[in-house]
Design a binder for this molecule. Structure first.
Ligand SMILES: [Zn+2]
Length: 171
């Protein structure tokens, strides 16, 4: 019996173990070589979410301006998300965290990972999170990279991390 890679839509043979994060558990999923490399590189909890869960995660926290497009196409969904995120009003967020960050605030593991994905430390202020996000969007935007899927995937993870932190700062 051959075990198929557990990555979304992959049908290669899964021969590498990728740990599933649960407290005190030794569970794992099997991935092909390409996807174990991807898993290790972009290790984050979003990898275990399907597209629908990711959409719900974001939609539940997004102020949609005028969603006129069909979100069935994931690419469209994320393009709209990036654009809306960049247009978002800073005023919606908690004033006291804008400049100083939250310091000793008790972040969740997901928040800490989101900081790591953006290559920031947990003492970063909301403004610096936002500046970093804008910088990364410019760097990885598909329009600037001939529509390369690799960059789209990277940008998706960055956008999700940003959304995670926005939630943390709103609390
Ligand atoms: Zn695979």
């Amino acid at each position: 019996m051959k075990i198929i890679c557990d990555w979304n839509n992959c049908n290669k043979i899964g021969e590498f173990r990728a740990p599933i994060e649960k407290d005190n558990s030794k569970e794992y999923r099997l991935l092909c070589k390409k996807h174990i490399i991807e898993f290790n590189k972009n290790w984050n909890y979003f990898a275990n979410m399907n597209d629908e869960q990711i959409s719900e995660f974001i939609k539940s926290d997004m102020t949609w301006h005028k969603p006129t497009q069909n979100f069935s196409a994931q690419d469209n969904f994320f393009k709209i998300l990036w654009n809306n995120t960049l247009k978002e009003n800073l005023e919606e967020l908690n004033d006291k965290h804008k400049i100083n960050g939250m310091g000793q605030y008790n972040y969740t593991n997901e928040d800490i990972r989101a900081f790591n994905i953006l290559n920031l430390n947990r003492y970063s202020s909301w403004l610096s999170v936002r500046e970093k996000f804008k910088k990364l969007v410019k760097k990885y935007h598909p329009d600037k990279n001939s529509g390369d899927k690799k960059y789209e995937e990277k940008l998706k993870i960055i956008t999700l991390a940003y959304t995670q932190l926005k939630r943390a700062f709103k609390k």
